[in-house]
Design a protein around this ligand. Structure first.
Ligand SMILES: CC(C)(COP(=O)(O)OP(=O)(O)OC[C@H]1O[C@@H](n2cnc3c(N)ncnc32)[C@H](O)[C@@H]1OP(=O)(O)O)[C@@H](O)C(=O)NCCC(=O)NCCS
Length: 145
């Protein structure tokens, strides 16, 4: 296999990190939906996307809560664009509020599609709240930062 030259190496970051992915929030998860995740029209099930958003949304609250958390509410969920098999989905999260026992996050999902002419589309946006819980499943205080 031919080696990548210095000039090509310099162009690589731009090619590998398409424009329009956010830089002001944290990339918490990436996943590519497969045919088993699609409905009869070939689009991806909304429920599959919701499950992925729930997982991605939990990453920052789990870090902040330093332990077990549970989802208490999906405050808002918007499917802006359909998701297709083979889209590379990137989940970006931002902490919106840290309460006594809960953490609320905003999650945005971007799809990178069409490798021949790569472009990035925001497909989903959601707002979720997680509660820190003790071994009995009862709310516990968020530790001081
Ligand atoms: C989450 C759970 C432990 C909270 O217990 P609770 O006794 O209702 O707790 P509280 O009323 O004291 O609320 C705890 C926190 O959640 C917040 N909260 C409760 N309901 C909320 C809602 N609908 N939207 C946003 N935040 C909410 C409260 O504001 C509070 O936050 P704060 O302490 O930071 O102010 C309990 O409701 C539970 O076990 N739910 C099931 C969770 C689950 O199984 N999730 C997986 C999906 S099926």
């Amino acid at each position: 296999m031919p080696e990548i030259t210095g000039a090509e190496q310099n162009r690589l970051p731009d090619a590998l990190t398409p424009l329009k992915l956010p830089s002001d929030r944290e990339l918490v998860m990436r996943v590519m939906p497969m045919p088993a995740d699609a409905n009869g029209n070939g689009d991806i099930f909304g429920g599959w996307i919701m499950a992925q958003v729930d997982l991605a949304g939990s990453v920052l609250p789990a870090r902040i809560a330093k332990g077990r958390i549970t989802t208490v509410a999906v405050n808002q969920f918007v499917f802006k664009q359909p998701v297709s098999i083979g889209d590379l989905l990137s989940f970006y999260a931002k902490v919106e509020r840290i309460g006594r026992t809960s953490v609320t996050v905003h999650v945005e999902v971007y799809a990178e599609r069409n490798p021949a002419d790569l472009h990035v589309v925001k497909v989903t946006e959601a707002n979720l709240t997680y509660v820190a819980i003790d071994p009995d499943g009862k709310p516990r205080l968020i530790p001081k930062l």
